[in-house]
Design a protein around this ligand. Structure first.
Ligand SMILES: [Zn+2]
Ligand SMILES: [Zn+2]
Length: 319
């Protein structure tokens, strides 16, 4: 399967600011030497060697992940409908998909705003002839999505979006099969509830676990979760806070990079993706968080082959 990240921010869409852009330009110019700007080639080389926070941005759109699976990656499953979904819709059209006779599937973790606000801006759901399936371990997803588009909240009603919409519920403990994926779920601690999902394709596994609070207290009784995470090829995990912040923000429903790393080590996960970035974190801070998590992993499990990466908009992972 091919996983693409369209939204990585937590809580609210967060545009990069004027001052942040200027600060990047200033730092880049200070780093450049005359030899770096001799030609297009030297410039490109210079840019590619800059830290990620200077040569790009982690992105400000909220949760939306595209999973392509099946023959030629043709089957599309979308995890959550945050603001990143708008760009995904445009991308599908430019790939000549969902123009009136295609089908895709949404897998919904929960319905906090940052996970549903992109849906009314998702072009393919307006095209008659398309079929959009919503699956979730919550049994009232249809009602929740309709509520987002009542007249007082949005000018276009849910039924005015022309695609055929269907809904399926699979409770925790059951397995749902779609395309060539077998999906299971696990409830996680989060205000209002939330589900993590494990996608299994043959011997490959991808786990999405955002909006999930694991803290020192829950770590004492983490056995069933470790079993669920065990051996995942890729684990996307809620790391909204630094460890210090997470001690202040008990019951806010999110975890830290240190806790995520501990869990990934215990579960023998191959690749950990830090996710659901706090809206107050700029790109410099995200670089620092990534580095801190890598150092922590090296300290706790120096010989373990665990890759740690921070999610950014545009990141693609082949599993
Ligand atoms: Zn969220
Ligand atoms: Zn949430």
């Amino acid at each position: 399967m091919l996983v693409r990240f369209w939204g990585v921010r937590g809580s609210i869409g967060t545009a990069i600011t004027h001052n942040e852009v200027q600060a990047k330009i200033r730092q880049i110019l200070q780093l450049a030497s005359p030899a770096d700007i001799l030609s297009r080639e030297t410039v490109d080389n210079f840019i590619s060697n800059l830290p990620f926070s200077l040569r790009g941005t982690y992105g400000g759109n909220t949760t939306c992940i595209e999973v392509n699976t099946g023959p030629d990656d043709k089957d599309i499953l979308i995890i959550d409908a945050g603001t990143g979904l708008r760009g995904l819709g445009n991308s599908l059209f430019s790939r000549d998909r969902m123009k009136g006779k295609d089908l895709l599937t949404f897998l919904m973790t929960h319905t906090h705003w940052d996970h549903i606000q992109g849906l009314p801006f998702f072009g393919p759901i307006y095209v008659p002839g398309n079929t959009v399936n919503f699956i979730s371990s919550f049994d009232d997803i249809e009602e929740r999505l309709r509520y987002q588009q009542v007249r007082t909240h949005f000018p276009v009603g849910f039924d005015e979006m022309g695609a055929t919409k269907s809904f399926a519920h699979f409770p925790e403990g059951s397995e749902y099969e779609v395309y060539d994926l077998k999906i299971t779920s696990k409830s996680v601690r989060h205000p209002g509830g939330c589900y993590s999902y494990r996608l299994q394709q043959g011997d490959k596994s991808f786990i999405f676990c955002s909006d999930a609070e694991f803290n020192l207290e829950t770590m004492e009784d983490i056995g069933p979760y470790i079993e669920y995470f065990t051996g995942a090829d890729v684990l996307v995990f809620d790391t909204q806070y630094t460890f210090e912040e997470s001690l202040q923000k008990i019951d806010w429903g999110h975890s830290s990079a240190a806790i995520a790393t501990d869990i990934a080590i215990k579960s023998n996960v191959k690749k950990l993706i830090l996710y659901h970035h706090d809206p107050t974190y700029d790109d410099n801070k995200m670089d620092a968080v990534t580095l801190q998590a890598m150092k922590y992993k090296d300290m706790m499990a120096p010989s373990l082959d665990l890759d740690i990466q921070t999610a950014y908009e545009g990141l693609e992972i082949r599993i």
